[in-house]
Design a binder for this molecule. Sequence first.
Ligand code: GLC
Ligand code: CA
Length: 601
Amino acid sequence: MPQAVSPTASEQPWWRSAVVYQIYPRSFADSNGDGIGDLPGVLAHLDHIARLGVDVVWLSPVYCSPQDDNGYDISDYQDVDPVFGTLDDLDVLIRAVHERGMRLIMDLVVNHTSDEHPWFVESRRGRDTPKADWYFWRDARPGTVPGEPGSEPNNWGAVFSGSAWRWSPERGQFYLHLFSVKQPDLNWDNPQVREAVFAMMGWWLDRGIDGFRMDVINFISKDPALPDGSMTQSGYGDGMPYFAYGPQIHAYLAEMRKRVFEPRPGSYLTVGEMPGVTPQQAREFTSSDRGQLAMVFQFEHVMLDQDGDKWTRRRVRAGDLRDTLARWQDALADDGWNSLYWNNHDQPRVVSRYGNDTTYWRESATALAAVLHLQRGTPYVYQGEELGMTNLPFDDIDNFRDVESLNHYAEMVGRRGADPDAVLQTLRHKSRDNARTPMQWSAEPGAGFTSGTPWIPVNPNHVWLNAAAEYDEPTSIYNFYRELIELRHADPVVVDGDFALLPAPDEVYAFRRTLGDRCIEVYANLTSTAAKLADDTAGPEGVILGNYPPETCQPGLLAPWEVRAYRLVSASASHSTGRPATGDGQRIRGGGGMISGPGER
Ligand code: GLC
Ligand code: CA
């Protein structure tokens, strides 16, 4: 196990200065030619991650699963699915990660299990079994024909289309599934359920892992009345007010902390995925007093391009993106901690979504990376993001694999008679499968991901967009990510500095980070047209990181998707010279290279 190290204040938890890399094992690397990524594949490519400089690997689920939702439907929490390998393979991987000075966190998916989990199989058997109350079982609505549409206990829609209830002829009742029909929700109000989950978590920590990413953890406490929700455009009621941030959520997380984490000597990274979480709630969950979670994944910045539901698109202005990000920076400034992410296995690729994946592919991928990584919080990199991987130009419903996407298509085209091309168009932009195409290692057929037939199509752009092509290219996106991560590790201002938004035109995200007399300023043009800055002193001097050659750098003007980070000497520092910069700092000459290192220290 690596020692807990903190480059800044020794009282700070280690994860404050960490960068996390997410692996979606199914799409990362296939070692045996069956077309599906696996644990030996991860092991073989660990140096790609270590060279990037990250501190933590987050492994998406590899537990036993019928794979209805690619492993987020778990049938045995304490074993590895044969498609990914064995428990021994996982032990070897944990050791290999630790040997490289990194840590490993696993996905904790305990809002629901698979319907093939023995707990559910037993629970379904009848109202008298010991596990009868481990899930949400309810009778049909009075006055209806049980099991018929309309007899559901309430009007909630599932996240993956259709009703959130499924009739079980075996038990003669409905069960609740907020996600797919194969993902029944666990009843956390039953103390035996909590007990079983906590025991399982302890078993993994004792096996040597370093924390958990907790799947939809703000859904585990539900309003026990399960009331109808207000109607939405999907034709179902919105249950969010009743199942998200429910009455016992803080009590359950406090109990988890007491039962699982406190009795153990380690310091663990816990990050809770929380759709719909507000800044105020995020603060409550991550406040150092309560210590319930290290950080949460909020969703506001990845919902800006939607109107009402996920499938209705809305244009995003650079200013909206900036305002949202800055608001979260401010909200968690004094207490609590932010996670920082653009991508994960549920989100379309950021360079295609908020960037420009054609003319300014490299520039927009690096600008988005820089503004994310230079904020205050713990950055997450999702596999392939460090290469600038893009969405797939899906042209046929047969190329999709994701249960959410397929259900949506079936619902819209099959049941509601929507135009198939129009639905395909929305899926092309928003489907989670955009994130799940195979990792692009090389230009070979199969992208170096598999020697067999990949389970989902490889992006045709792997012939030029791949890891092998980027390693030795100094200006590559991969090497830009390395620089960013190195800068965070080298300069405490990136980790601990206060955040302040700087005045700038709407297209530009400009901010300052300050720690004592250390200061950096970041200016990023988040559009594909040049942007004029209010302050024409922002020239080539003192640039410590940028994505255009220094000789093209013009004072007061940012080229399309240009980003520049400056190091400043604060007004109080005695050796400051040169022209005054924005506000109270002065720029000093730094590395100046196109992608330069941390500069002067
Ligand atoms: C989370 C996961 C997603 C999964 C869902 C149900 O949102 O990130 O992939 O489908 O929960 O487990
Ligand atoms: Ca395989």
